[in-house]
Design a protein around this ligand. Sequence first.
Ligand SMILES: [Zn+2]
Length: 496
Amino acid sequence: MNSDEIILGVHNKIIGYPGTGKTTLLINELIRLRNNFSELRITYLSFTNEAVNTARDRLFARTDGKSVVFGTIHSIAKRVTANSRKLIHWDTRNCEICKSSCEYHLREFAKLYTSWYYDEEIKLDYTFTKYTLKMDGLYALNKNFNEPVFDMTLHYALSSLIVSNFGSEVFDKQIIYRINKLVSQIDIPRYSLLTSLEELMDFTIEWLEYKKNNGLFEFDDLILHAMDKSLDTDILIVDEFQDLSTLQYQLISKWGENIDTVVVAGDYNQSIYGFQGGTPQFLLDFECGHKIVLRHTYRLPRKVLEIAKDILQDENGFNSVYSNRDDGDISRINLEEIDINQLIIEYDSIFLLCRTNRQIKELDNKLNNLFRNRLSIAERAAYARMLNLYRNRQRGKINELLKQHSGRGELFLLAMDNGLTLQQLEKKFSVLQMKTIHASKGLEADIVILYDQSDRDMYSDEERRVWYVGLTRSRGSLIILQEITRKRTNYLSLIQ
Ligand SMILES: [Zn+2]
């Protein structure tokens, strides 16, 4: 038997380091199992809708894929519990048809809880502040407790306090995460709200009651309810296992007790959701009868791989990963010197990765990115005319046209000098993607630009892993972007 095959009747663990073909292996195995054991029911779970859809599409591209059940943990949990309560999202970006209802409830709850200073003018900021809150919220709590910096001790202290007061209904560290989000809903003195543990508890109780009174549930409630049910399948595959929260991990473990073949797959080093209770240990400690370790990275050039090893200092196996590729450059560059437009012309996909959403906003304002807004119809017509003139060497007329479109003149010249057709130029507008490192997980690009800035000192293994996730998104080169006036992170100091 091929040792890279899933073995039936036992628990399997697949460790897939970046670019080692984990998903490909899983898809191949899905096809093999389906063909050879068509009577077995297979359920495939992953963390995000995007990951689930990718896997489903890849399977459908090769077979009809019909006898495999695909889903996120939440969608499968919802099916299993047949829950009739209404879902509420704190992050309304996750809403599908429920957005207006979710916003209504969040506003109502904010009003209820903050009635003594509620102001009709308050606008809930759903788009930007929410995600920066996770860490910032705790940080702010720390400030209220006169602690110097974020530390896990407080996190655990609060968790255990809540556990002892509320029992099993909110027994998970996740609660802290949710409370931070609650705080973020209320735009007024953002952090002054929770100045004591008592207030923190009040806050939580209010929310639990509000949910109950209004027939609402959150994803975590769903997971809790699903623990009492069993998942009806013969083979359970869980991809991106390192992303599970504590609660989700408990659910999968519980379900796994009654399933013959369980396959968990992931890269423990990509566990970067500590604020939701995720940890590399879930994957590292998972007991299995068969283990597959994928060590050959096709994505990462050798140089990038070596840097990743130095930053990570992982003693659980990452050092044995290898690459046969000698391409790819690593460089460090100052913000004033980076020619982002030239890079966009040269490459087909670029990630510019930041640690926080706020950094993305700031950096986006500083970059002279000519590809920020797509061409208007008039500009497209103008470029088409210019190309014609360019071919006929009618410089004078080009200059006239450039004057009429002075705002875009530089872009047109750059594109013409690089021989871009109108169609090619249009495509360039989607080349650069600015993301947080967290949002880049599972994705890759031709070149990665990592913005080397740290808002505060963070010394932790998780922080190490976050930078590792960022730099291992590159299929080729890596650029470390720095600003002389800004504080750099410790973890990229190896790259000079
Ligand atoms: Zn919603």
